[in-house]
Design a protein around this ligand. Structure first.
Ligand code: SIN
Ligand code: MN
Length: 196
């Protein structure tokens, strides 16, 4: 895992946020449901890219279209693609950019990103808004975990073995950033889905 704290300046964060808002105007945030139980996540989600990650009663999967509007996801904005190439060094592009929106009380349970065929491709995480207490474990659900803060403008690359490690968001620290007027946090997760 490679942490790039403070990688984005405040100006760059604002620029990225306006790109994300444009995406969300086309592909609105929705409340996904957990497989089987159908209980809602506390995180609202959307995507951009040729494929978007979805969770519903029937399971997890990638889809080229928004589950509510039925429209194709908007393309990944260029500044976000540039960050991918710059930080991962990958020549191929990501196909999916998951947008997770955390209200002040939202959290995300420990999980692994394992719905991608491109098992060796890195994952880039971009944090905007309030600081998250992020938990990173290891290859097994029972592996020891550690937690650290992801603040606005911090980037994290999960690569090598850490690409497959368990991780989650324990909580958000409200009021730690002024970037989002409504408070809370937005995380962008960029992934390659098909084998490049
Ligand atoms: C995720 O694992 O889907 C998102 C992690 C984060 O919000 O930092
Ligand atoms: Mn994840």
């Amino acid at each position: 895992m490679r942490l790039l704290p403070g990688f984005l300046s405040l100006v760059a964060q604002r620029h990225l946020l306006s790109e994300v808002r444009h995406v969300l105007a086309c592909a609105p945030l929705y409340s996904p449901a957990m497989p089987r139980s159908g209980s809602p996540y506390s995180v609202r989600m959307s995507n951009c890219g040729s494929l978007g990650w979805l969770s519903d009663r029937s399971g997890y999967r990638y889809s080229p279209t928004h589950p509510v509007t039925g429209a194709p996801w908007p393309p990944i904005p260029h500044p976000i693609l540039d960050l991918w190439h710059e930080t991962t060094g990958a020549a191929y592009a990501p196909e999916a950019c998951l947008i997770n929106c955390y209200a002040p009380t939202a959290r995300l349970g420990l999980h692994r990103d394992q719905d991608e065929h491109a098992k060796d491709a890195p994952i880039l995480s971009i944090s905007l808004g309030d600081t998250a207490l992020f938990r990173l474990g290891g290859p097994d659900r029972k592996s020891p975990t550690r937690s650290f803060r992801l603040g606005s403008g911090d980037l994290m690359v999960l690569e090598g073995p850490s690409r497959h490690w368990f991780h989650g968001v324990d909580r958000i620290a409200p009021g730690t950033s002024q970037l989002l007027p409504e408070g809370g946090r937005i995380n962008l997760t960029l992934r390659r889905v098909t084998v490049p």
